[in-house]
Design a protein around this ligand. Structure first.
Ligand code: DAT
Ligand code: MG
Length: 136
C-alpha cells in the first residue's frame, strides 16, 4: 500500500551539506519525492510539529534548533514509506543508530540527528498537512 511521510533534513543536515545524501538514499531505496521545499520554520510551526514533546525538558532547545536555520521539508511516497524512511534514518540517538543508517553514519548528538521522519500514519497525515497544506 502506498503511503506518504514527512521527511525533514534538519538545519544541521542542511548546514553540513547533507541534503543530496539524504535524497539520494531515499530515492535509491525506491521512495519517490512528492514535494520539496527549503524553508526556515516559524516558532509556531515548530511548536505544533513537536507538540507531543512540549512537556519534555529538551523542548525549548529543540524548538531553538529546528528554527535556527533553513531546513528542507520533503513529502516522500512509496510502499510502507513511513517505516521505510524510519529504517533509513536509524535510531533517534545517533550513537545507537546502526552504521549504514543516516543518523548512524553522519551524527553523534541526539538533538543534531540530521533528519526527521513521521512515526505513524496519524503523525504523517498531520505533519504533511502542517507543512504542505495545499498538497492534494
Ligand atoms: P525521532 O526524531 O526519532 O522521532 P523523537 O520524536 O523521540 O525522535 O524526538 C524528536 C527529536 O527531539 C529528536 O529527533 C531529537 C530530539 N530529542 C529526543 N530526545 C531527546 C533528548 N533526550 N535530548 C535532547 N533532544 C532529544
Ligand atoms: Mg518523533
Amino acid at each position: 500500500m502506498t503511503e506518504r511521510t514527512l521527511v525533514l533534513v534538519k538545519p544541521d543536515g542542511v548546514a553540513r551539506g547533507l541534503v543530496g545524501e539524504v535524497i539520494t538514499r531515499l530515492e535509491r531505496k525506491g521512495l519517490r519525492l512528492v514535494a520539496a521545499e527549503l524553508r526556515t520554520l516559524t516558532r509556531e510551526v515548530a511548536e505544533t510539529h513537536y507538540a507531543e514533546h512540549s512537556e519534555r525538558p529538551f523542548f525549548a532547545d529543540l524548538v531553538e534548533f529546528i528554527t535556527g536555520g533553513p531546513l528542507v521539508a520533503l513529502v516522500v511516497e512509496g510502499p510502507r514509506a513511513i517505516e521505510a524512511f524510519r529504517a533509513l534514518a536509524g535510531a533517534t540517538d545517533p550513537v545507537k543508530a546502526a552504521p549504514g543508517t543516516i543518523r548512524g553514519d553522519f551524527a553523534l548528538e541526539v538533538q543534531n540527528n540530521i533528519v526527521h521522519g513521521s512515526d505513524s500514519p496519524e503523525s504523517a497525515a498531520r505533519e504533511v498537512k502542517l507543512f504542505f497544506p495545499d498538497l492534494g
